[in-house]
Design a binder for this molecule. Structure first.
Ligand SMILES: Nc1ncnc2c1ncn2[C@@H]1O[C@H](COP(=O)(O)OP(=O)(O)O)[C@@H](O)[C@H]1O
Ligand SMILES: [Mg+2]
Length: 281
């Protein structure tokens, strides 16, 4: 069975790309076949984590200038490089990169505005999903989306079976998030998709990663009343609450924590997330 997970949020900067990239590379290193898609077409940032300059982009697929095979780049060697010998040889990672050039983003918007284009584009999303399942035999399809109720995120959520609404702790727009969750997610969950709240950058646990056990921190947080009431307020089950780590926040360059520092509590948090029965395959 293939699990298709989309990371979405009401606002930007909640950690979607960080968590999607780290989770995808962790699963690939464990031996799964993983396809990671950058559908944050307005602010693509997958290259910050997986340094690669593709010849063909997701944009080309959407504008009929490329096939799925051309845009899904085999980046397994990047995972291997960072995993330093601990990669399971069955693991694969393919990434579909989005082009950050302004003119490419405008072009995509222009194409989507053409008559009947919306249905065609939704079909392309569905075709992409089908190929990643049947041709690539992927165990996981992980999608990074644009924040808010954007056309591209709606399509991404439509092809996913598991939706993660990512919230940055402390900078919450509960009302907006709640409204978005009920307006938008309701239509997907009615047809069988599951949606969960994923809190990130939870404050108050900013400790050096060599101190304390990730498990006790996380179970402590799960019991935290504030988190429970937040999940009740948004009306979604909380799947994980990831603390804010200063070394991740203040590093000038993004990095794949799970591979570079597998003992880091952030990596442990993602291990727990991956082991959750809701997302295990
Ligand atoms: N748990 C965390 N602790 C500290 N910094 C984090 C954490 N998760 C993400 N960040 C940082 O927050 C910033 C925004 O994350 P990003 O993944 O780009 O958000 P989004 O994709 O939702 O816009 C990045 O600089 C990232 O390194
Ligand atoms: Mg992002």
């Amino acid at each position: 069975m293939t699990r298709c997970i989309a990371f979405h949020s009401y606002k930007g900067g909640t950690g979607k790309t960080t968590i999607a990239s780290n989770l995808a590379s962790m699963l690939a290193a464990k031996g799964y076949r993983v396809a990671l898609l950058d559908f944050d077409v307005y602010a693509p940032s997958m290259q910050a984590y997986f340094d690669y300059l593709p010849r063909k982009w997701i944009n080309d697929l959407l504008s009929d200038n490329a096939e799925v095979n051309d845009v899904m780049i085999d980046t397994t060697s990047i995972v291997e490089k960072y995993a330093k010998g601990s990669m399971n040889k069955d693991g694969r990672l393919w990434i579909g990169y989005s082009n950050s050039k302004k003119e490419e983003v405008y072009k995509l918007e222009g194409d989507a505005g053409k008559p009947n284009a919306k249905l065609q584009i939704l079909r392309k999303f569905m075709h992409l999903r089908e190929e990643l399942i049947s041709e690539f035999e992927s165990d996981f399809i992980i999608i990074d989306t644009s924040p808010g109720i954007r056309y591209w995120s709606i399509n991404s959520l439509a092809i996913a079976d598991t939706l993660f609404l990512t919230l940055k702790f402390g900078d919450l727009d509960i009302e907006g998030t709640k409204k978005m969750a009920s307006d938008m997610y309701g239509s997907f969950t009615r047809f069988g998709a599951k949606s969960y709240l994923l809190l990130n950058r939870v404050a108050g646990y900013c400790i050096p990663h060599s101190v304390g056990s990730a498990h006790s921190i996380s179970s402590e947080m799960q019991q935290n009343d504030e988190l429970d009431s937040l999940s009740r307020e948004v009306g979604m089950e909380l799947i994980s609450a990831i603390p804010c780590y200063c070394d991740i926040q203040f590093k000038r360059k993004e990095f794949l924590t799970v591979l570079e520092f597998p003992e880091h509590p952030f990596a442990k948090q993602l291990e727990e997330l991956a082991a959750n029965k809701q997302i295990k395959v």
